[in-house]
Design a protein around this ligand. Structure first.
Ligand code: NAD
Length: 476
């Protein structure tokens, strides 16, 4: 692990195995941090925060470090992507795409580092000068999931470092290897010791110690909503600000004036491309009754052709489920959906095709006759399972789309600009895509409504999550 600029073992020397989901077997051994290691890392980050080597660095020098790091990531993008695919079983094409894009966040926030400005307030008292300073918070605890390991960490690390904070990052126990390699690049870029620290281990063993550590000033978390809730509750005890990027149950809404072939492609890639393992998975397709039969026919035609297999192969379209517990959870939801009366029209169980090897594969699964109140239409499955729901009017579509506790994203398929604008206003989601799906950018804010989270990542607003405003009064 990376603590205070040194590569260290866990206290007591504990390790754990990281499994390759395609092989269903261990491929790497990673240090298993203890709460003492968390304490060491947070103390190092706090020392680095107040040290002249970091605090004394000009904003433009900080920005330069971030941009240098971006260039190193660009050089290593494909190698990092391969590590991620081995660790989390997601398609090499997707991981490569993400890693080649990750440098942009560091360029963008590196470029913002020297554009953080205060204000002069025209106080209505003669002789009084009041101005504001935008200051970093201190040590930021970043806790990240396994599904897009380095990209989601980047969404936290880039703005937090640009703003002048220091970091203790705990990657998911299912995707620690690429995180440690990222650490080497921070070192190589020349970040002072202790500015970025990485502790690997289990959330239930060290996550709490990190969140509640008195020297942690802010918690930036991406993961499941229940874990997020417990992180939020723990952070509240010491009045720490949090950013939470949590789960979703996003709806892809296909209106009667949609270009059906585009909508079908959007729905299929929205749910199956990452084996359903993205927070923004379009796990519900709401389809207007007048185009329902046409849509379903093409949907099934396309979904049936999905090529499953080794995620490291460029031609594979659907890879394994990342973890054994997740695999079981997906199968449980399929069983529950059947018990609740949903009709399974594709897949519906483990995949045993020869190309799936001994990995944890679930067949791309589609349910119809889904009622909006069924568990399969309300809860996050995080697997290749699509629920199709028919609707008759725009109002009904909005009611169903908004009728879950989540509000991360929504897709709208229509040729009407009026409908596009009206839906972009009426849908309770942090992101609304019209005639596209799963697009993200370092420039555009990303985050959830309702139980999908608090705060925004990416874009100009993201850096504010890592700053606090100080008001300075001078009586002249
Ligand atoms: P998870 O909640 O199980 O774990 C996320 C992280 O939290 C891991 O690093 C884990 O070790 C840690 N953790 C676990 N218990 C903890 C505790 N008690 N205290 C502190 N940390 C703890 O999530 P996951 O299974 O790794 O990821 C999948 C989830 O992440 C899905 O729900 C998905 O929707 C969500 N997600 C959200 C976004 C987003 O941007 N909104 C993006 C990707 C994934």
């Amino acid at each position: 692990m990376l603590i205070d600029g040194a590569w260290v073992d866990a206290t007591g020397g504990g390790t754990f195995e990281s499994e390759n989901p395609y092989l269903g077997a261990a491929w790497a051994r990673v240090p298993r941090a203890t709460p003492e290691d968390v304490d060491r890392a947070v103390r190092a980050a706090r020392r680095a925060f107040v040290s002249p080597a970091w605090r004394g660095l000009s904003a433009s020098a900080r920005g330069l470090l971030l941009r240098r790091f971006a260039d190193l990531v660009a050089e290593e993008a494909d190698r990092l992507a391969e590590l991620e695919t081995r660790d989390n079983g997601k398609l090499i094409t997707e991981m490569r795409g993400q890693l080649r894009y990750v440098p942009q966040w560091f360029h963008y926030f590196g470029g913002l580092a020297d554009k953080i400005e205060g204000r002069v307030i025209p106080i209505d008292k003669p002789g009084v000068f009041n101005f504001t300073r935008e200051e970093p918070l201190g040590v930021v605890a970043a806790i990240t999931p396994w599904n897009s390991p380095l990209m989601l960490a980047t969404w936290k690390l880039a703005p937090a470092l640009a703003a002048g904070n220091t970091i203790v990052w705990k990657p998911s126990e299912f995707s620690s290897v690429s995180a440690l390699e990222f650490g080497r690049l921070f070192e190589k870029a020349g970040f002072p010791p202790g500015v970025v620290n990485i502790v690997t281990g289990f959330g239930n063993e060290i996550g709490g110690a990190l969140v509640e550590h008195p020297a942690v000033a802010k918690v930036a978390f991406t993961g499941g909503d229940r874990t997020g809730q417990s992180v939020y509750e723990l952070a509240a005890r010491s009045i720490k600000p949090v950013t939470l990027e949590l789960g979703g149950k996003s709806a892809n809404i296909v209106f009667e004036d949609a270009v059906i072939d585009d909508a079908v492609k959007g729905v299929v890639s929205g749910i199956f491309a990452a084996t359903g393992q993205t927070c923004i998975a379009g796990s519900r397709a709401l389809v207007h009754a007048s185009v329902y039969d046409r849509f379903m026919e093409r949907l099934l035609d396309l979904a049936r052709t999905a090529r499953m297999g080794d995620p490291a192969e460029e031609t594979t379209q659907v890879g394994p489920v990342t973890t054994r517990p997740q695999y079981q959870k997906v199968l449980d939801y399929i069983r529950i959906a059947k018990e609740e009366g949903a009709r399974c029209v594709l897949g519906g169980g483990p995949a045993s095709r020869p190309e799936c090897g001994s990995g944890w594969f679930v067949e791309p699964t589609i349910f119809t006759d889904v009622r909006p109140d069924m568990r399969i239409a309300q809860e996050e499955v995080f697997g290749p399972v699509l629920s199709v729901i028919r609707f008759d009017s725009d109002d009904e579509a909005v009611e169903i789309a908004n009728g879950t506790m989540f509000g991360l994203a929504a897709g709208v398929w229509t040729q009407s600009i009026n409908r596009a604008l009206s839906m972009s206003q009426r849908l309770e989601a942090g992101t609304v895509w019209v005639n596209t799906y799963r697009a993200v950018s370092y420039m555009s804010p990303f985050g959830g409504y309702k139980r999908s989270g608090i705060g925004r990542e990416s874009g100009l607003t993201a850096i504010r999550e890592y700053l606090q405003e100080k008001s300075v009064w001078i009586d002249t």
